[in-house]
Design a protein around this ligand. Structure first.
Ligand SMILES: Nc1nc2c(c(=O)[nH]1)N[C@H]1C(S)=C(S)[C@@H](COP(=O)(O)O)O[C@H]1N2
Ligand SMILES: [Mo]
Length: 397
């Protein structure tokens, strides 16, 4: 990577700050010096440092919470910071009593305990999950990337391939959809085409190396890779194999978009390519002119990210950002872009392209295509304005 010529000066500055820190440490009492007093003993379940404060932000009704994307590193969202969306609270389910039923147009209906489910071969995959309502509602009022776009996260999910379970049950001729139902008080229900269900859908019980969190659907959820979060039914209790979509509330009155011609877009399953600069982003402050690595996340429900471009002049010119490995399909991809801030006003943007050549659009293009009476699948380019004092703002406000 070609570094700006002032990179060395930037690093020298950092060393000076560290030097100043050392002399302050000398003045601290012995009890505060970790090299002279033994630390606390081992503990049974880990906690982060008390100095780390970043948290999810729940909405006023407690029906969702937002991932602090501005503080994220790498591509994995820790389970404790994974965004939440629940329509009737988080149920408290005893896995010993939970059952998953697979029935309908099958030769051998199944009723599985969690232990039985876990006897099937398991698969683990890193996938992002995004609520299709992400980004639209707060697009003008949001100050931070968390407030604007925090209904997206990325985790490692472990479970059983739904295709395997459906083959075990024996799908009958003429079946073309499944209907999945949750055991929360919302009894959230969605229809999934059988072709997707047989392809890459997981019946997931693991998240980032341990059991799913209750917020994410403990003890078991449907995980539909790349599709709008709503379809990944949590607290899953039933899958019915059927021959048509069931037109549930979540696929008729919700999660549809009214187009200018009066028709509604329905079954808009896939999440479109989207990227965000997470540093520097709204609410953060640059300490002064000099070198920075602009950092961000890109993802697409249709596959891998192939390219991310960054503009530091409000979209007049674009240059390629570096994609950091791993670059996985249907997962967050972290990108970086070396930038020398001159101390003048700048508008920072990122724009991604996925492996199918689909490009993240400008907001004007989305409005041209869909009118302005829609709210789901909001993926336009996000602009952050850096002002001369280094503070960063949402450029749409
Ligand atoms: N049973 C059930 N499943 C559900 C929901 C729900 O309220 N109940 N919310 C859906 C919505 S709208 C989204 S965006 C995702 C969010 O998953 P997460 O909370 O694990 O991030 O779960 C989906 N699955
Ligand atoms: Mo959602």
């Amino acid at each position: 990577m070609l570094l700006p010529t002032n990179r060395r000066r930037f690093l020298k500055g950092a060393a000076l700050v560290a030097g100043a820190g050392l002399s302050r440490a000398d003045e601290q009492s012995a009890a505060d010096d970790p090299t002279t007093t033994p630390g606390i003993p081992a503990r049974a379940y880990g906690e982060r440092s008390r100095f780390e404060r970043t948290v999810r932000v729940p909405n006023a009704q407690g029906t969702s919470s937002l991932t602090p994307l501005q503080d994220s590193t790498g591509i994995i969202t820790p389970s404790s910071l994974h965004f939440e969306r629940h329509h009737a609270g988080i149920p408290d389910i005893d896995p010993g009593r939970h059952r998953l039923m697979i029935h309908g147009m099958v030769d051998r209906p199944l009723i599985l305990t969690m232990d039985e489910l876990k006897r099937f071969p398991s698969v683990s995959r890193i996938y992002f999950m995004e609520c299709s309502g992400n980004g639209f509602r707060n697009r003008r009022t949001a100050r931070t990337v968390q407030e604007a776009h925090g209904l997206v996260s990325c985790a490692e999910w472990t479970g059983v391939s739904l295709g395997l379970l459906l083959r075990e049950a024996g799908v009958q001729q003429g079946a073309s959809w499944i209907v999945a139902e949750g055991s929360d008080a919302a009894k959230m229900t969605r229809s999934v085409p059988l072709s997707k269900a047989m392809n890459d859908v997981l019946i997931a019980y693991g998240q980032n190396g341990e059991a799913l969190r209750p917020e994410q659907g403990y003890p078991v959820r449907l995980f539909v890779p790349g599709w709008e979060g709503n379809i990944s039914i949590k607290w899953l209790r039933r899958i019915k194999v059927v021959d048509q979509p069931y037109m549930t509330r979540e696929e008729t009155s919700k999660y549809t978009d009214l187009m200018p011609d009066g028709k509604a877009r329905q079954f808009t399953f896939e999440m479109d390519p989207k990227s965000l600069i997470t540093f520097p982003s709204g609410g953060q402050k640059l300490s002064g002119p000099g070198f920075y690595e602009i950092s961000g996340l890109a993802w697409s429900g249709r596959g891998a990210i192939r390219r991310v471009e960054v503009s530091v002049d409000g979209g007049r010119t674009w240059r390629d950002a570096q994609l950091q490995s791993p670059v996985l399909p249907i997962a967050f991809t972290r990108f970086g872009f070396g930038w020398k801030w001159e101390g003048t006003e700048a508008v920072l943007q990122s724009r991604c392209t996925d492996e199918h050549g689909d490009v993240q659009p400008a907001l004007e293009d989305l409005i041209k295509a869909r009118g302005d009476n829609w709210g789901y699948h909001y993926n336009p380019i996000q602009s952050w304005k850096v002002t001369t004092d280094g503070s960063v703002q949402n450029a749409l406000t």
